[in-house]
Ligand binder design. Sequence first.
Ligand code: F6P
Length: 364
Amino acid sequence: MVTKSENGGARVGVLTGGGDCPGLNAVIRAIVRRGIFHYQDEMMGFLEGWRGVAEDDTVPLDLNAVAGILPRGGTILRTSRTNPIKHEGGIDRCLRTLAKHKLDALISIGGDDTQSVAQQLHARGAPIVGVPKTIDNDLAGTDFCFGFDTAVSIATEAIDRLHTTAEAHNRVIVVEVMGRDSGWIAMYSGIAGGADVILIPERPVDIDDVTETLKQRHHRGRYFSIVVVAEGASLRAEHHELAVTSAPGKDEFGHVRLGGIGNVLAREIEQRTGFETRAVVLGHIQRGGSPTAFDRVLATRYGVGAIEMVHRGEFGRMVSLRGNKIVSVPLKDAVGRTRTVDDDLINVAQALSDRRGAGTRAAG
Ligand code: F6P
């Protein structure tokens, strides 16, 4: 059980780390409202993820701070990809900050990277509860992360719009979506948008398979095509792999910066088929703006779930969605593993493919 502050509630810190995503503010709002209204908690926010904890950079989090933020994208606490583990004495500095503020709990809202730091701090005795966040939807330990549904909706709308212009010009349009090492956004938006080919990191395919599918569509009178490619997908061409990064080096969590495969693929398709081809990179548009109703509800459920966990003393765990139930899982089971697209979903996409068993999907 948590210790109590002067007014009977707990002292709770909150941070948002890693890439932002729609719904972060909805989680913060739910934590603050539930904590203050129901438990008389005192809340404080750490700015820019783990940087704010390592450098003791805080803001008050009261009812005024969260007023009107439910539909707003981004995060009022801002975010960063700071990894205190990579900085000399970083973890000790974080522990000192938590002790200085006499925090009974810290709620870390973030994806795999953010929760891996949370896990290490918990192993050193810090009372931490995690909340799963990422548009990539690749975090183990939960069925869905908030932010994913919004990213998929944005990508699907883009694919719908690209369909009409592709058809008008008899073009192939390659749409590159985010997702890091998993193909969830590509798969969901590709199926929802009726893409003709969907390429994901989980199933590298030969570029000739892609072009054959497009040619078959062409032969049956469909002179345009939409290809959705996940930024982390790789393609085999003449016995070598084509995987694309957009910048040299890695971030503090060891990730390369992905992006650019859409343009490479578009060039290959045009050269190999003779079909006029364009590439569209959706990029950070997928992370911006207001969350969908689904994400607002999921984020709110996670926020309430996290504060309940604090008051049950369930530390070292992450709030999670299993089926339609909010539960919790150990942080150590959630970090260090990428949750990849499952075979059922891939089979659904392939079931509609012009070329059966080609690892790609085509629909009319
Ligand atoms: O993890 C979320 C994500 O949007 C990935 O899909 C993408 O590869 C990465 O973040 C982009 O990171 P940044 O915002 O640092 O460019």
